[in-house]
Structures are given as structure tokens and as C-alpha cells.
Ligand binder design. Structure first.
Ligand code: CP
Length: 311
């Protein structure tokens, strides 16, 4: 069903297609060794114009664990990008060699431009402050596995809601499920963009509130999605320094939360979750990072249209 498609925005796939992906990810988690040859003979290109640990490594690990191979760059200056090559020429060249490309780029819409230049599937691995759809697949798989589904949840989103692309993608994707409500916790300067508020939340009648104080809303949350203040997106270093430690989740604050509240974070973190929270069973961010590899295995298999065969 997804064979040959690109993934550029979280809504590119229907909820049914997402469910198929999650079911495949569940099967891979259950018996990963059964998929060790699924992508033999296939090649993934990772084109990272911005730094990454989880997204790049999890995509590369996913392809290698499926028996495929990986080429690419994590430093664009090591490629002909440094000589001024355009995105369109780069992707058309990569399509001569690879079966699937994953692109992270600081400019919003760059992966969409790339996808328009080729028949090869292109995956957006994060474009500026815009979207990060495979992080959303990761977040959704984690919520689905730990909460049994997406309905009747109060989701708290905390930190840099303005520049945090993972937040924008997650709100968009969750807006399609029933009885979801959001609590946005941020300083005035880092509130969610107006387009998210109007075109997603208000347009779809999704209940949400915007608050500045984390403690007052913690007891009501089923999921707390913490985010880093995105230093690289600030125009002014003083503003970043003023805002960077506004919210720090620690063991004391966790006492206010439900016993089964999930703490998620796309990572990397800076100071926004104290290390003491890591041992709390509700802290699921490293499990989330691991699920990211499994859901990317399911995504790679689906976009390449490889048969799900037993080894
Ligand atoms: N969550 C995420 O996108 O992490 P990286 O920037 O390390 O890929």
C-alpha cells in the first residue's frame, strides 16, 4: 500500500496505513531475527545536512538489521553540496544509486523539493522548525504500545513549542484520533505557532489549553512530552539563555503526576529532564528511542514494498 511513496508530512499516510505500519513494527519487535534478510540487495541513502544522533543512527541500524546497505553523509561539506550543488541535482544523483533516501535539512520544505525531483521514495528526517514525521511515528508507536491506543488521552507538551518540529508533527498526527486533548506548557515567547493553533486545533475542535506553569497541570496528564529549547533556531543568544532552563522536570515534580503518566522526549535533552528522573518507571524516552528503530524498519520495508517473508 505504501510502496513507492514518500513521507514528507505526518498526514501523508492515512490512519489505516499508520496502523499497518505499527502492526508490522509490533511483529518486528516480537521476532526481529525473522526480518534479518528482508532488505537484502536494497540500498538506503542518508542525506543529513544537519546534525543527528537518533534519526540517522536508527535509520541506518534499521536498514542494516533488515539486511540492506547504507550510503550517505552526515556532514554535507564532505559532499558536492560544499561546491554549491542544488538539492534537486543531489537527489537525482543519489537516485541513480539508492532505492530510498532519508533527508534532514535546516530549510523547511527541502525534503519536499527533493521528492518532487525523483521517483525514489524520500523521507523527511526533519526540516527546519517545520515537521519531523518519523519522530511522530516513533512517538505514536510508543504511546500505542504503552497506553494501548491514542484515544481519551490528555497530552502535555512542554518547552519550546514554537521551534520544536516534533511537537508540530505530533499534534497534527494526533488530531485525527478521538477524545484527545492537549495542554501546552511554554513561556509566552515559545508558544505553538499560530498555524498549528488555528489550522489544526481550532479547525478540528480539539480541546487545548495554554499554560505557563508545569506543576499546576501535571496531575491531569496521561502523557508529558518534554522538549529541548532549540538553540539553533534562535536569532538572539540572550533570548535562548533567558529561556533555556524555564522548565526542568525533576523527581519532586514527578510526585505530582499520575502513577501511569508517560514521560516522553524526542531527545537530545539538555537540562529539561533531571537525570534523577531516568530511573522512574514512567520515564520512557530511551525506550521511545529504541522503538524509533523498529518503526523505521517497518517504514523502510513498506516504502520499498519488500515482502514480509520469514527467513
Ligand atoms: N529526535 C531526534 O530527531 O534526534 P536527533 O536530532 O538526534 O536525530
Amino acid at each position: 500500500m505504501l510502496k513507492g511513496k514518500s513521507l514528507l508530512e505526518p498526514m501523508d499516510f492515512t490512519t489505516e496505513e499508520m496502523e499497518e505500519l505499527f502492526l508490522l513494527a509490533d511483529r518486528i519487535i516480537e521476532e526481529p531475527e525473522q526480518y534479518a534478510k528482508s532488505c537484502e540487495g536494497k540500498l538506503l541513502a542518508t542525506l543529513f545536512y544537519e546534525p543527528s544522533t537518533r534519526t540517522r543512527f536508527s535509520f541506518e541500524a534499521a536498514m542494516l538489521r533488515l539486511g540492506g546497505k547504507v550510503i550517505g553523509f552526515s556532514e554535507p561539506n564532505s559532499s558536492s553540496v560544499s561546491k554549491g550543488e542544488s538539492i534537486s541535482d543531489t537527489i537525482r544523483t543519489v537516485a541513480c544509486y539508492a532505492d530510498l533516501a532519508v533527508m534532514r535539512h535546516p530549510k523547511e520544505g527541502a525534503p519536499k523539493v527533493a521528492a518532487a525531483c525523483t521517483d525514489m521514495p524520500v523521507v523527511n528526517a526533519g526540516d527546519g522548525g517545520h515537521q519531523h514525521p518519523t519522530q511522530t511515528l516513533t512517538d505514536l508507536l510508543t504511546i500505542r504500545r504503552e497506553k494501548g491506543g491514542f484515544e481519551n488521552l490528555t497530552i502535555g507538551l512542554c518547552g519550546d513549542l514554537k521551534f520544536g518540529r516534533t511537537v508540530h508533527s505530533l499534534i497534527k498526527a494526533l488530531s485525527r484520533y478521538r477524545n484527545i486533548s492537549f495542554v501546552m506548557i511554554s513561556p509566552e515567547e515559545l508558544r505553538i505557532p499560530e498555524y498549528v493553533r488555528r489550522e489544526i486545533l481550532i479547525k478540528n475542535n480539539i480541546p487545548f489549553q495554554e499554560v505557563k506553569n508545569m506543576q499546576e497541570v501535571l496531575p491531569s496528564l496521561d502523557v508529558l512530552y518534554m522538549t529541548r529549547v532549540q538553540r539553533e533556531r534562535f536569532f538572539n543568544e540572550d533570548d535562548y539563555l533567558r529561556l533555556k532552563n524555564r522548565y526542568i522536570l525533576d523527581a519532586q515534580k514527578m510526585k505530582l503526576a499520575k502513577e501511569n503518566m508517560m514521560v516522553l522526549h524526542p531527545l537530545p535533552r539538555v537540562n529539561e529532564i533531571s537525570a534523577e528522573v531516568d530511573n522512574d518507571p514512567r520515564a520512557l524516552y530511551f525506550k521511545q528511542a529504541k522503538y524509533g528503530m523498529f518503526v523505521r524498519m517497518a517504514l523502510i520495508m513498506s516504502l520499498l514494498g519488500v515482502e514480509e517473508r520469514r527467513n
